[in-house]
Design a binder for this molecule. Structure first.
Ligand SMILES: C[S@@+](CC[C@H](N)C(=O)[O-])C[C@H]1O[C@@H](n2cnc3c(N)ncnc32)[C@H](O)[C@@H]1O
Length: 220
């Protein structure tokens, strides 16, 4: 916890709206808040109200919208070494809270993929209000679209689905992983059994970070 006055949520929000998107200042402001109060603080900074309802477009077997906790995302950013040079893909991005937070913490470009049109609208409203020009949200089925996001360097999955859908997304990332190293950051998912992914470190709680090895093999 830092010493000295703590910026209010409104102060941070007005700075963001004024275009002052400085990851280290934003991170310092977030970390100055007690952990138990961070979720409510972030909602105030981002101007978020009640959780939006899920719509009928959510396919059976896919997971409804629930934003990832700040605690888990701080561990993802740290253990996944997410930085401004990354393109962070949120697979199943909901109303954009995680996309906005990861961008504000790291400066990374963020692309969200979300199947529920109402949540896509909410995410686009958020990025417009906060002038987050490097955060975009694509509407569609992540099981079909993720493998086409060649620019992605970090793929984030907060349990949008499991089973065959998850296996397809991982398999569709293989061609990208052949061209360069990518990371998969998972929250709340079981172990990923994939021969070209290696765990970066022992999982911390519900967070697991994997790194692709295909590119190492190609250049080794
Ligand atoms: C547990 S929430 C995670 C939300 C977001 N990643 C976050 O951390 O705030 C899962 C999200 O995945 C979305 N989803 C589920 N299946 C999907 C699919 N096939 N394609 C795209 N989005 C999907 C849901 O609509 C929901 O918003």
């Amino acid at each position: 916890m830092r010493e000295g006055p703590i910026d209010s949520a409104e102060t941070v929000r007005s700075r963001i709206e004024g275009g002052l998107h400085d990851p280290s200042s934003f991170r310092a402001a977030l970390l100055s808040i007690r952990p138990a109060e961070r979720e409510a603080w972030l909602d105030r900074v981002l101007g978020l109200g009640e959780l939006p309802d899920d719509g009928p477009e959510l396919p059976r077997g896919c997971v409804p919208y629930l934003p990832c906790s700040i605690d888990a995302l701080l561990r993802v950013v740290e253990a996944g070494h997410v930085c401004a040079a990354d393109v962070f893909v949120d697979v199943g991005s909901g109303a954009g809270r995680t996309a906005a937070l990861v961008h504000l913490l790291t400066g990374a470009d963020v692309i969200g993929i979300e199947i529920q049109p109402g949540l896509v609208l909410a995410a686009r409203d958020l990025v417009t209000r906060l002038l987050l020009s490097r955060v975009t949200c694509i509407e569609g089925d992540a099981t079909k679209l993720t493998g086409s996001l060649n620019a992605g360097s970090v793929f984030f999955l907060y349990c949008p689905f499991s089973g065959d859908r998850l296996a397809k997304v991982v398999s569709d990332l293989e061609p990208i992983a052949r061209t360069r190293m990518i990371r998969l950051c998972c929250v709340g998912l079981g172990p990923l059994a994939c021969p070209w992914l290696t765990l970066e470190a022992a999982p911390s709680g519900d967070v697991a970070i994997y790194r692709s090895t295909l590119h190492d093999e190609a250049i080794g």
